[in-house]
Design a binder for this molecule. Structure first.
Ligand code: ACO
Length: 333
């Protein structure tokens, strides 16, 4: 695919001609979690399991349940817009990544747009746990087309498609939402340095849910394919950006399973010190997990201006997506 010529380029983008850029900043981040917590101990009443086993095999300590996808998405997006100091009339597009929409039809994004008072295009992205990163990369394309501000949300109510009596899937999934206002910033230092998106539909049957059903999973195969997808996507995005593993200041991977991440990191050369994690607190929230971690990283001052930040999504499909950003976005005091 040939991308249109960039409207304007920042200083060093000429070194990477295949990554057109208009200047790219995440000017406000928001997050939302429902009130109800389900701990690993709580699950032992419905599943033959233990807190120790779940922590050891997944890194998860608890998850949140309840709410609706539109409700959580709206809460996170409103917070992101407030932090970015942008009004509803300024948003040019809403992209909502979700695996658990409120309805099969219509999409959830139009309902969220209406609640936020937006007057713009609104659509759902169904790319499972990679969806929010897909949205981020697509937002860069929309900025290249002349849009100025794109809202990218990841929101899930996975409790509606999770069987909390199943030993494999019942221990993993929870609800939540995260959102970012993505702005064109032609004269700023922020930039999408590199990206990668991919899918392999030969693995549809290792993680899926049928209409009206629960998630079904071949855990060992998901583990194997996830590690492969992570390595492949991280390496491709870094090659595009002209960066190596040690050049990345912070990697935020999809929060699936600590053992998947540690296995993949050995192949790619990342360390856990470089890594943003929130898995123990929130469980696997699919498309919401990466912006939920990003929000937490900003709260704890882990991101500084000019940092190279990588977002790495992988999930059902299989799908995968990686975005590397030079950060010039929101910083919290
Ligand atoms: N609690 C306690 N014991 C359990 C449980 C449980 N929930 N489930 C299985 N066991 C026991 C089994 O009985 C078996 O015992 P045995 O050795 O005495 O026979 C042992 O643990 C191993 O069972 P397996 O089914 O082989 O479990 P495995 O080691 O594969 O772990 C798990 C299961 C954690 C689901 C793992 O396969 C996994 O994490 N896969 C990746 C799945 C994932 O992350 N999916 C996320 C969605 S996709 C995404 O976001 C990318």
């Amino acid at each position: 695919m040939t991308l249109p010529a960039p409207a304007s380029t920042t200083s060093d983008s000429a070194a990477r001609p295949d990554v057109p850029t208009v200047g790219f900043r995440l000017s406000g981040i928001g997050a939302a979690l429902p009130e109800t917590v389900v701990t690993n101990h709580d699950l032992t009443t419905t599943i033959d399991t233990s807190d120790e086993w779940i922590r050891d095999r997944t890194g998860i300590g608890q998850r949140f349940v309840g709410g609706t996808t539109a409700g959580l998405a709206t809460e996170a997006a409103a917070q992101a817009m407030k932090r970015a100091e942008v009004g509803a009339e300024e948003i040019d597009q809403l992209l909502l990544a979700t695996t658990s929409p409120d309805f099969i039809c219509p999409g959830t994004a139009p309902a969220v747009a209406a609640r936020l008072g937006l007057d713009c295009g609104a659509l759902d992205i169904q790319a499972a746990c990679s969806g929010w990163v897909y949205g981020l990369i697509m937002a860069n394309g929309l900025l290249l087309q002349g849009q100025k501000k794109v809202l990218v949300v990841g929101a899930e109510t996975l409790d509606r498609i999770t069987d909390y009596s199943a030993r494999d899937t019942g221990i993993l999934f929870g609800n939540g939402a995260g959102a970012a206002v993505v702005e064109a910033d032609p004269n700023g230092p922020g930039e999408l340095l590199g990206w990668d998106m991919g899918a392999d539909g030969n693995y549809v049957d290792i993680l899926y849910a049928e209409h009206g059903g629960h998630l079904q999973m071949n855990g060992k195969e998901v583990f194997r394919q996830a590690v492969r997808a992570i390595e492949r996507s991280a390496v491709a995005a870094m090659a595009r950006a002209g960066l190596g593993a040690s050049d990345i200041d912070l990697v935020i991977p999809h929060q699936a399973n600590i053992n998947i991440i540690e296995s993949a990191w050995k192949r790619v050369g990342f360390t856990m010190e470089q890594t943003g994690m929130r898995l123990e607190e929130i469980g696997n929230t699919s498309a919401a997990s990466i912006p939920l971690v990003l929000d937490d990283m900003l709260d704890s001052g882990r991101i500084q201006p000019g940092a190279n930040v990588m977002f790495l999504g992988f999930g059902a499909g299989m799908t995968w997506a990686t975005a590397i950003i030079r950060w010039s976005g929101e910083i919290r005091p």
